[in-house]
Design a protein around this ligand. Structure first.
Ligand code: ADP
Ligand code: MG
Length: 316
């Protein structure tokens, strides 16, 4: 076996003891039955410098991103983010870094309306772990396994900007144009789509957040739902900034395989799609239809039937 997801399935996927565990390892967050109206929704994500953010990212952005990527997993379940704990490992007591990090984290906490309720502080190589907890209205959770053949596949906004941002960072340019800065900001300060998720949960079947690359994250929905997918590659929209920086082929490659966008990728039954689109438009949220779920299990194809390989980021 090889790969991050095989590792998790092989070593850390056990049957639960307790009836309260409604959904365990394998989705964006776990769902716990502890109240009649809501399911406690829990996830943890770690950030390592040079892996989850470029090493010279401002401490403010690191703090903001650390919370945003966690809140994103709650949004991907259709939940309301509520509380978080912070486990911080740092090599030194660096007051400038701590002030920036704390300010960014606090600003994100204010914007998402979540409370820091505890944590742990240790010395060692820099590692930032946040455990997020939220509440999902009973029977509204958006599971990866709930996709149905024929569902329309949507994303919020557009994907690909963060991957372009990483490429820009790696070039170490002395000065950035406005579209370059936009893409770098999308990498360093992602927005968790909590507000959009409140609309999406009323209509969608399956949902995941795009953290590792759209096709790879889609493959998790396909595996869990026993479906395949068609992606209308000629219909995928890009941000104005991305279009200014790259040709359509490169834009598509970033949009389908680049990570770190934290947009939501979700499936809506065809019969609900019109009402869903109206609700999103009324709220002023951007979205795009990029394909649909099909019968051919696990396979992702374009409109002409060519296979699309589900490449994306994996740690192992
Ligand atoms: P996400 O990208 O949504 O944060 P991951 O890809 O990190 O999710 O993880 C996939 C699933 O595996 C999640 O349900 C996560 O909780 C679970 N998982 C990851 N690592 C471990 C681990 N070491 N032990 C138990 N579960 C894990
Ligand atoms: Mg996720």
């Amino acid at each position: 076996m090889a790969g991050e997801f095989d590792l998790i399935a092989r070593y850390f996927s056990w049957p639960a003891h307790s009836d309260s565990v409604n959904l365990s390892v394998g989705d964006d967050a776990a769902l716990l039955d502890i109240s009649p109206n809501h399911q406690l929704t829990v996830s943890v994500d770690t950030l390592v410098p040079g892996v989850h953010f470029p090493v010279n990212t401002s401490p403010y952005d690191v703090g903001h991103k650390a919370l945003s990527v966690n809140v994103s997993d709650i949004a991907a379940m259709g939940g309301e983010p509520r509380w978080f704990t912070l486990a911080l490992t740092l090599p030194t007591y660096d007051t400038d870094w701590l002030k920036g990090f704390s300010d960014g984290l606090h600003a994100a906490a204010e914007s998402y309306g979540v409370d820091l309720i505890g944590g742990d502080t240790t010395r060692g190589p820099q590692t930032i772990s946040i455990q997020i907890m939220g509440e999902t209205p009973v029977s509204q959770a958006l599971r990866r396994s709930a996709g149905q053949m024929g569902d329309i596949l949507y994303t919020t906004a557009t994907t690909g900007d963060a991957a372009a941002g990483l490429a820009i960072y790696l070039e170490q340019l002395p000065k950035l144009s406005a579209p370059q800065q936009y893409c770098l900001d999308r990498l360093n300060r992602p927005t968790a789509r909590v507000a959009e998720s409140r609309v999406i949960r009323d209509y969608a079947n399956a949902c995941i957040d795009v953290s590792d690359g759209l096709l790879q994250d889609l493959s998790h929905i396909l595996k869990a739902s026993g479906c395949g997918a068609i992606i209308y590659t000629d219909q995928v929209q890009f941000s104005p900034a991305l279009k200014q920086l790259h040709d359509p082929q490169q834009c598509l490659s970033f949009a389908l395989t680049g990570g770190d966008d934290y947009e939501l990728l979700f499936s809506v039954p065809q019969v609900k799609s019109k009402a869903f689109e109206q609700a999103m438009q009324q709220s002023g949220y951007t979205y795009q239809a990029i394909g649909k779920l099909t019968a051919n299990s696990g396979l992702i194809r374009d409109r002409q039937g060519n296979p699309l390989t589900a490449t994306g980021f994996q740690h192992f």
